[in-house]
Design a protein around this ligand. Structure first.
Ligand code: NDP
Length: 274
């Protein structure tokens, strides 16, 4: 019997949790599907994807370093993908490749539903101007924060990124230099790759308002960013495991039309990372 086939493409990809997450969603929703991790060579993503399409693959996730290339290979892009300039979810039908980006909505769901923090009216600091920051910026703005300040180690990159999204004169989006930020924020989100290298970010302690939320989109580790935030007064510290599960749930919904219950899946993974 033929199962609907899904995959995640990446390099490296062996440690991806996505196959486990989607297997759990499929079992929960009684979906007849498989989901595998495919390690594509850095210069061979397009060929691997073409083969997957020819072999009747129904959909795929795309992770580092192929999200921008996937964006360029799509025949159709959703507004979310266009805004992000990167694609993490592909739907494949009769040879047509549709690209979406669920990273941002995954972050918003994790903060609002799992952590119970409304983003509306909050002062938010978003650190980073790479692919991840670009993906989460529009959905964060969509939650109507009072203020969203974008900052980055290389300030010009934050300014270029912000310019793309300041569409109204009353936009809450502004930029600021990382080391000289003088305000405090209710929610501080680290969307840089500094934590991958276990590197601290040159961030003044004053950015963390008393009882603020500090969120590192990297998962599975107590990062130097979260360490600093805890000492500086943030009362809730979160890694990005919930974002990972929630972006997967959104991909699953796109493919299967069903919303999985994420909490038991997140709790199982969380127990392993404790
Ligand atoms: P990019 O390479 O596109 O961007 C890297 C960003 O990090 C840049 O803004 C860069 O600044 C900044 N940076 C790197 N090192 C440092 C440092 N030592 N101090 C300060 N800033 C630094 O990476 P991505 O945006 O694609 O990915 C970022 C992270 O997000 C990764 O760790 C990835 O695993 C994670 N991620 C997690 C997801 C989840 O579901 N939880 C989903 C997607 C991504 P500069 O411009 O100055 O170089």
């Amino acid at each position: 019997m033929k199962h609907d086939r899904y995959a995640v493409f990446g390099n490296p990809v062996a440690h991806s949790l996505s196959p486990r997450i989607h297997a759990a969603f499929a079992a929960q929703a009684e979906q007849d599907m498989t989901y595998e991790a495919i390690h594509a060579p850095r210069d061979g993503f397009a060929a691997f994807l073409r083969r997957f399409v020819a072999e009747d693959g129904r959909g795929a996730n795309v992770t580092v370093p192929f999200k921008e290339e996937a964006f360029r290979l799509c025949d159709i892009l959703t507004p979310r993908a266009r805004d992000a300039g990167a694609v993490n979810t592909l739907s494949l039908e009769e040879g047509v490749i549709q690209g979406d980006n669920t990273d941002g909505v995954g972050l918003v769901h994790d903060i609002e539903h799992n952590l119970g923090w409304s983003l509306q009216g909050k002062r938010i600091l978003l650190i980073g101007a790479g692919g991840a920051a670009r993906g989460v910026l529009p959905p964060l703005l969509g939650q109507r924060p009072a203020r969203l300040m974008l900052t980055n180690r290389t300030p010009e990159k934050a300014e270029i990124l912000a310019e793309e999204f300041v569409r109204a004169t009353d936009s809450p989006l502004t930029t600021g230099a990382l080391e000289s930020l003088s305000e405090s924020f209710d929610i501080v989100i680290n969307a840089t790759s500094a934590s991958l290298a276990n590197a601290p970010i040159p961030l003044p302690n004053r950015v963390f308002a008393p009882d603020s939320l500090a969120y590192d989109i990297m998962y599975g580790r107590h990062t130097p960013f979260l360490e600093q935030a805890g000492k500086a007064g943030a009362s809730v510290l979160s890694d990005g495991l919930g974002m990972l599960v929630e972006q997967a749930a959104e991909s699953f919904y796109i493919w299967r039309g069903l919303r999985p219950v994420t909490r038991p899946v997140l709790e199982t993974l969380r127990a392993e990372y404790r």
